[in-house]
Ligand binder design. Sequence first.
Ligand code: T5A
Length: 214
Amino acid sequence: MTKADSFTGKLFTFEGSEGSGKSTQIELLAGELEGMGHEVIVTREPGGTEIGEEIRHLLIHNSAGADMTPEAELLLFAAARAQLVRQLIIPGLESGKIILCDRFLDSTTVYQGAARSISTDPVSYINQFAAAAITPDLTFILDVPAEESIARVKRRVNDLPDRMEQENVEFYKKVREGYLLLARSMPNRFHVVDGTRKLKVNQEDILKTVLEHL
Ligand code: T5A
């Protein structure tokens, strides 16, 4: 079994529902860490590699996606992850980089497992296989109420909601509850951040927590 903590690099992942502030905080953190002299890789799921970005388009923007079954969706997210882990994450960890990943395997556990109700066994097995048993050193959950998540997605200028963003408030509530359940079950790996607080407050909280881990 390969674990992120057997490498010299670090893997920090960011989770939460749509519009919870993950990308914003990743960008701020990357800037601060680079300013301190760390080598940082910022990546995302699904995506982060040429193959992964093609899969992302199919999952999120392709018109045929409306007919996608939950099982096909699960396997496509896993395929993108399998590519990202082997092409970017493992080499980055081996060379001592800090990797900031916008979503990782916990998204599958929550979205396909808890929210789409695919049973736990295949989700867990497929996750482990795709991620080559890599576990993040630390995972931040940006926690926002479902209504706030939807409101932020709607406020985006010139941006139509994608397939995943068209889900209803009940789906977003299941996503939120799924994340909080995960955090309660593995308190050492997860750090829950109140995503409704001011950007700056969360930026400082996240930086402080990351520095404690380095
Ligand atoms: N998915 C993904 C699965 O179902 N299974 C999987 O295994 C994986 C990997 C990915 C979709 O795929 C699903 C989940 C998703 O539905 P995506 O486009 O990557 O789709 O969506 P998100 O990751 O959710 O990205 P978003 O851009 O929607 O959300 P972020 O990154 O969390 O939010 P961000 O930083 O862009 O901020 C959104 C807005 O809120 C403001 C920002 O300025 C911005 O306008 N904001 C705040 N406002 C007030 N207070 C704060 N503290 C704020 N922080 C940010």
